[in-house]
Design a protein around this ligand. Structure first.
Ligand SMILES: [Zn+2]
Length: 179
């Protein structure tokens, strides 16, 4: 199926409890907006406007679409819960590279962790592995490596991972330092 605004709206409400349970951060879903249109990526979330955008060509089975939505929904939880995260994100990314693989360690944490939550939601929703791997060809490969760093280093312990959001950038630089 291809994503629609109606599907996304229902899926957000459906996966919100899962995202919160897995990520141990609260979502904030008053007055959010959903756009389904032609955008450069598959999906994005813009914290100041609580705006979820989905590519109008985004398609796959329902579980796959719900896990993509979970990733964006966890961004909502990250930026709603952690004070000043958006400000820090903007400040740091003004001075760091625009190339995805060289993005700041804070971006790596934000994206790696959203990917972590996305994958865990997907497991719960019991996706078809083969369908998923096919769909995953469109997935930015760096996200997965950042997720793996978090998984390995913290064995998926949410308390430790969530503490990183307020850790000094130097600590994040050490964790995401490429080998
Ligand atoms: Zn993301």
């Amino acid at each position: 199926m291809i994503i629609t605004e109606d599907f996304a709206r229902k899926a957000i409400l459906e996966v919100a409890p899962l995202v919160e349970d897995i990520g141990k951060l609260k979502t904030e879903l008053d007055n959010y907006e959903i756009h389904v249109k032609n955008i450069p990526s598959q999906a994005s979330y813009l914290p100041p406007f609580k705006l979820f955008s989905f590519n109008n060509a985004l398609s796959g089975n329902k579980v796959y679409l719900k896990s993509v939505i979970s990733h964006e929904l966890f961004h909502n939880a990250q930026f709603s819960t952690i004070k000043d995260l958006w400000k820090r994100h903007l400040n740091i990314n003004q001075i760091s590279s625009k190339q995805l693989e060289n993005r700041s360690s804070l971006t790596k944490l934000i994206e790696g962790d959203a990917t972590f939550v996305e994958m865990e939601v997907e497991k719960v929703l019991q996706n078809n592995i083969l369908a998923r791997q096919f769909d995953r060809l469109k997935f930015p490969k760096y996200y997965k490596s950042w997720e793996n760093i978090l998984r390995k280093k913290f064995s998926g312990k949410r308390k430790d991972i969530n503490e990183l959001y307020t850790a000094p950038i130097e600590e994040l630089n050490k964790i995401f330092k490429s080998d």
